[in-house]
Write a protein that binds this ligand. Structure first.
Ligand code: UGA
Length: 452
């Protein structure tokens, strides 16, 4: 089956590479000639584990190609995915759909046979209707259907998420679109991935509802963490204690410095705008957005407090800058607000990240970037663990302490136990953890039947 993907950003490139790996014939299209040139040379525009090998293999085997010419890419394609960016529109938080509609127009001009146009970009409810209107206006005779197929990929685990999804959601309005989409995802339903066919508007809303719910779960546990600090309870044990209830589930209950990234902040805002437009408020999500925004800067204040009476002139090392591990993405990373708060308080900031330094540099002009966590800690009064990269999970804490001027360690991801940290000579602070006291353990009751 021939597939065209418009937009070689994160979603487009991962989807294109994975579809071609399933055996489809895929052409990825992007207007940015330098990006396409780089891809043709095997250079990835983003850091995603395993993506370069996947692209290389499928290009070599002739199933994946790249072009800047949309008409050439769309020629003969049965499914055409729109995977262009939908940034927050400057000023009002609405998703900016100009790239989506622009792509729809160009596709309509290039159509040369029956096709299903699929929106994979995260788009507000009703966007599919407008895409269909544009296609019919520009190409009134074309045999074309429009499908909404939101993605649920996590950065850093995108290939695994694509190949072993919890579900595939497809919003269709006619039988032909459903038939083509079944062919597109046939390799996956042989893997028993649940396929959920819904109306197009429902599929569009599922994406926003999923991200808003996950953002809510994180924000809920973050506020419980604050309460834990006040009452002397342990948030990790609370997470386990509630997460073992199947109705709640254990995932996305890790307290931390607040969610960041290219999705949750943008998508929660866009959902609020839709809710406003339809005068149907989602007040829980309104609270989540406010609480999360405030939290990032509050983490900066937590570090400043750890520096004592006179923070001005002191030095802090931020370890891990990307919004989460295994990505170089700095969008809405909590490290940015923490850095800002520290700089405003006159603190010198040093930073380390295994992948995101190039992206971080322009966002944190006053930061001294270092090549290793130990180099960043040199002369620091406090080190702060901001992102839980694997390389930061097994630090030689004694070595770290030895190069520092002070002895504060603020662990915003609860990577280490207080015992490990204080044992290496540090003053320790975590998130939602008591300074001392019993940590929980889980015992599994023996359920074997009592013998007679
Ligand atoms: C998120 C969703 O998880 C994906 O399903 C979705 O497809 C994607 O957005 C998208 O809309 O494109 P992503 O932003 O890559 O994926 O990252 P997550 O792993 O969800 O993490 C988001 C943020 O939440 C990070 O800052 C992370 O540190 C934070 N987080 C996550 C927590 O603070 N605690 C948790 O328990 C989980």
């Amino acid at each position: 089956m021939r597939i065209a993907i418009i937009g070689t950003g994160y979603v487009g490139l991962v989807s294109g590479a994975c579809f071609s790996d399933f055996g489809h014939d895929v052409v990825c299209v992007d207007k940015d000639a330098s990006k396409i040139d780089a891809l043709l040379k095997g250079v990835m525009p983003i850091f995603e584990p395993g993506l370069d090998q996947l692209v290389e293999r499928n290009v070599r085997q002739g199933r994946l190609s790249f072009t800047t010419e949309l008409a050439e890419g769309v020629k003969g394609a049965e499914a055409i995915f729109i995977a262009v960016g939908t940034p927050s529109r400057r000023g009002d938080g609405h998703a900016d759909l100009s790239y989506v509609y622009g792509a729809a127009r160009e596709i309509a001009e290039a159509l040369d046979g029956p096709a299903v146009v699929v929106t994979k970009s995260t788009v507000p409810v009703g966007t599919g209707d407008e895409v269909e209107r544009i296609l019919r206006e520009v190409a009134p005779d074309a045999e074309v259907s429009v499908c909404s197929n939101p993605e649920f990929l996590r950065e850093g685990a995108a290939i695994e998420d694509f190949k072993r999804p919890d579900r595939i959601v497809m919003g269709v309005e006619d039988g032909r679109a459903e038939e083509v989409m079944r062919d597109v995802y046939r390799p996956l339903y042989l893997n028993r991935a649940p396929l959920l066919f819904t109306s197009r508007r429902t599929a569009e809303l599922i994406k926003y509802a999923a991200n808003a719910f996950l953002a809510t779960k994180i924000t809920f546990i973050n506020e419980i963490a604050d309460l834990c600090e006040e009452v002397g309870a342990d948030v990790q044990d609370v997470s386990r204690g509630i997460g073992l209830d199947n109705r709640i589930g254990p995932k996305f209950l890790h307290a931390g410095p607040g969610y960041g990234g290219s999705c949750f902040p943008k998508d929660t805002l866009a959902l609020l705008k839709t809710a406003e437009d339809y005068q149907s408020p989602v007040r829980i999500v309104e609270a989540v957005v406010k609480v999360n925004d405030a939290r990032k800067r509050a983490m900066g204040r937590k570090v400043i407090k750890a520096l004592g009476e006179e923070p001005r002139g002191k030095t802090v090392a931020l370890l891990g800058l990307a919004f989460k591990p295994n990505t170089d993405d700095m969008r809405d990373a909590p490290s940015i607000a923490i850095f800002q708060a520290l700089e405003d308080a006159g603190v010198n900031v040093r930073g380390y990240d295994p992948e995101s330094v190039e992206q971080a540099r322009p966002l944190m002009p006053g930061m001294t970037f270092c090549d290793t966590p130990y180099a960043a800690a040199e002369g620091a009064d406090a080190v702060v663990l901001v992102t839980e990269w694997d390389v930061l999970r097994a630090l030689d804490l004694k070595r770290l302490k030895a190069v520092m001027a002070g002895d504060e360690l603020v662990d915003l991801r609860n990577i280490y136990t207080p015992q490990e940290v204080t044992g290496a000579g540090f003053q320790w602070q975590g998130v939602g953890k008591p300074m001392r006291g019993r940590t929980g353990s889980i015992e599994v009751a023996d359920r074997s039947p009592v013998s007679a």
